[in-house]
Design a binder for this molecule. Sequence first.
Ligand SMILES: C[S@@+](CC[C@H](N)C(=O)[O-])C[C@H]1O[C@@H](n2cnc3c(N)ncnc32)[C@H](O)[C@@H]1O
Length: 284
Amino acid sequence: MGNTVAQNDAVVLDPLLEKVHRDGGYDFREYKRGTVTRRLERRLHATGAKTYLDYMEFLDAHPEEYQKLADDLTIKVSGFFRSPYTFQQVARLVLPELISYKRNQGEPSLRLWSTACARGEEPYSIAILLAEFLGNRLQDFNISVYATDIDRQALEEAQAGIYSLKDIDGLPSAILESYFTRRREGYVMRADIRQMLSFSYFDLTSTIHPFVDLDCIFCCNILIYLQEQLQERLLDMLYNSLATPGYLILGEVETPTNSLRGKLDCLDTKARIYRKIGGDDEDD
Ligand SMILES: C[S@@+](CC[C@H](N)C(=O)[O-])C[C@H]1O[C@@H](n2cnc3c(N)ncnc32)[C@H](O)[C@@H]1O
């Protein structure tokens, strides 16, 4: 009986997370401790380790365990148009303003980023939303939807763009018929939609910013797993990656940290849609 992790000396957690970072390349040091310890406990059970120290020894003997730990620590739940109200409001509040700005500037490129894309449901939803909104004006724009994650397996599946019946459950039939082809292997995303997306590995705990001048960033359902100082660093990085105007979309229960107060206009509190307020004050 009893909770294995509770019996571990909490001070060993820091060295364990340091080790996972140093030797495994995964940085969970600033993830919320509750989630980390709960998920670690599952790995302890799975590997037969009784303490964090045992588990550190197990990692040395079985380096493939780093990947399994990372899989358990990163929650991949997602869905097409996961927060329907948010997507509806992006179409209502963001796209008309953004497209009209681009037209006035004579600027045909649109650059968007799905920062924790899991198996691609979010970035494909973004691309479908754009296709629906632009209709036959879609060809007028050069659209790039960058989609990143730290889960390489999820990225591979996202790139393939093939979904099961369960994955597409709840999608309106008009969307299903227009954007997916039913094949033996599953529901396959339309090729021209897939071409708008570019998938790559990017770790949001890293201090660099991989893109600049983005029109819109979706950072949904990842901040909730991170401690406040990491949330703050990440949001600063995202803010600095946005063009002006540029839009930031967060998950339903996520909010910008204090450091961004006064730098973002909130366009819809419920949908968590924010617009960058002028001035490029890069911090780094
Ligand atoms: C709950 S899913 C959210 C998926 C999608 N954004 C949504 O809202 O439906 C969280 C995703 O964040 C990814 N993730 C976790 N830590 C990450 C990190 N440090 N860098 C990039 N992605 C990360 C996970 O692999 C997972 O795919």
